[in-house]
Ligand binder design. Sequence first.
Ligand code: ATP
Ligand code: MG
Length: 742
Amino acid sequence: MEDISHILAPLNEPQRDAVTATGGNRLVLAGAGSGKTRVLVHRIAWLIQVEHLAPWSLLAVTFTNKAAREMRSRIEEILQQPIGGMWVGTFHGLAHRFLRAHWQDAKLPQHFQILDADDQLRLVKRLLKELQLDESRYPPRQVMGFINREKDEGRRPEHLDDGGDFYQRKLIEVYREYQATCERAGQVDFADLLLKTHELLRDRPDIRHHYQERFAHILVDEFQDTNAIQYAWLRLLAGDRDNLFLVGDDDQSIYGWRGARVENIQSFQRDYPNTQVVRLEQNYRSTGNILQAANALIAHNPTRLGKNLWTQDAEGEPILRYAAFNEVDEARFVVDRIRGYVTEEGYRRAECAILYRTTAQSRLFEEALINAQIPYRVYGGLRFFERAEIKDAMAYLRLVANPDDDTAFERAVNTPMRGIGPRTLENLREQARETRVSLWQAARDLLASGNLPPRAAGAIGQFLDLIDRHRRAAPDLNLDGLANDLIAAAGLEEHYRKEKDGKGQDRVENLGQLVETAGRFHLELGDAEIEGENDALAAFLAHAALESGDTQADEFEDSVQLMTLHSAKGLEFPIVFLVGVEEGLFPHSLSADDPHRLEEERRLCYVGMTRAMHQLFVSHAESRRFRGSEDRPFPSRFLREIPAALVREVRAGGLSRSAAWGSAASLAPGTRQAGASWGAGVPEAGQGGGFHLGQGVRHPKFGEGVVLNSEGRGAAARIQVKFHGEGAKWLVLAYAKLEPLG
Ligand code: ATP
Ligand code: MG
């Protein structure tokens, strides 16, 4: 008998049953931290080692590239062998792999390109202009959302009916034009990756049967966040093999706004009535207090499938709640605490996570971390491949791979400026539209026709020649060589070096980084991946488009983890700071009035809380500057939904080690005063300012008043005082001649 204890020993009984189950579909429906992902990983190991299935006969779908990488390495760790041929990835990643294998069947060019969200937006803008639709009536982002939503539901323009509505008719027209342009350029957007894959499986029984034969088991993590097309895709792949193993948690469905359908959980049980539902109820991640608080919060959602979660863990520390007096103070508090955990309690930096509702919130925490010289990583922020200079360089590479790529053409043709005027470009676009060809072809045609003014003809000729030259050279070059030559020949480096916004040097360094990345990518490409000459380049371009923010340069440095709540799904951290828990921000003001969206926000809060293993912090600011104006947000209703007995209010007075205000006036947050609606501050001894919020002061001219607020650093530090009879005033602290009272 084979030794299988390493697969089964680390599991409890219901987990073991699920891992070893035979015959029929399974749905593991269980709460956060109950070991769903662990079950999935161990089941794959079980299928390979005990049931002797070949890795290539298994298909595993996860939600992020990071999760897919982790899954692969955990399986390999358990099995002590590589599982190279196994399909593990995100829906998009797998669909891309599928289309690459079936490009001809899908009527795509062999090296089709992926259009990312930014490219998509540019294209939509261009089409709106061409169709003479006003951006204020047809906001490009909304138009793009319309197109994506329709695709996610499996609908092509020809399936849509405007119902006599003018506006709808125009939207459909943009969608149709958009699709035609993508097809001409051989481009596929994210939604199309899924839709095309689905159409191919649906319409081609031979291909469908091939994959149904091939995949003995299909395993899906985070099933609650699949959309219509993803679910349909799974059904086609499974056929009637009853080989689906899905795990999920309805309480963690957080992508409804992007078309995910939590109802898929019920649909699945209806579509496959022989499905066995497995429930896991023991949570292994969080302390008793954290779990109880999360359970209490989510109980406020009226529409749940309902489940119970318990832990053997000790109660642990209460949840710590901090009322910051403003957003700067909040960041300072969090960073102070992190420093304490790392230097005094032996935590690694990577064990501390800061989770927020919107990406814009990261900036203040980044600043505070930089000031404190603590390394950090932002996940899901502006990714390397999304930076302007990288996209510029990639546009050239894309043209080398496929000159008909209109989006790349638009981007590259005048970056850097090469004297091709707006008139000439308009001319090109019109020619492309009228003759239904790509911009590249239109440029060729116009050049050949001799109908261009000499200067424009010269500039365009040079541009076409630049790309052509590199197309010819590409097969003999490594990726890094190609990228390097192209960047130099295009004049990008010079262009950025001259840039005056202070970022020039950064950008040049990033271009260097791109060359290096390309080189590394080339080295790491398995032989299996390189089929044709141009294939390394195509693979690299796809990698760039699909890769989400989880590979920054300093991946291996121990660093504090910053991310949105959405990207924290499935992860866990010993110490979690849930920040900005305020009405308007969380729940987001866009969602607060809609009961469904409010429930989704609450699930998001549940996801955030259940990431914490040992200690959870929740914080909110009592004053927050946002887009230039100052708000006094209420603490989030979610905070009220956590039983008070599980929470301890942090009194900041004794904590402050660094000064939120710099040296001239160090107004560190201090003890909260009973009844005060905002946090109160206690000054650091010996520093210039010496005022705290709520403190009485006297001014030689305005008389007596109370300190309301503060901002700025050093010489710029200002303080807001409410004077009796005079109203509130902002004063520059260094000049105000304020005298403390009492
Ligand atoms: P989420 O819903 O957040 O995705 P999950 O249900 O997928 O959570 P896992 O991430 O698989 O949960 O497990 C949570 C934690 O509990 C992990 O650290 C995991 O290693 C641990 N764990 C799971 N099952 C057991 C077990 N039987 N014994 C000990 N630890 C376990
Ligand atoms: Mg999980």
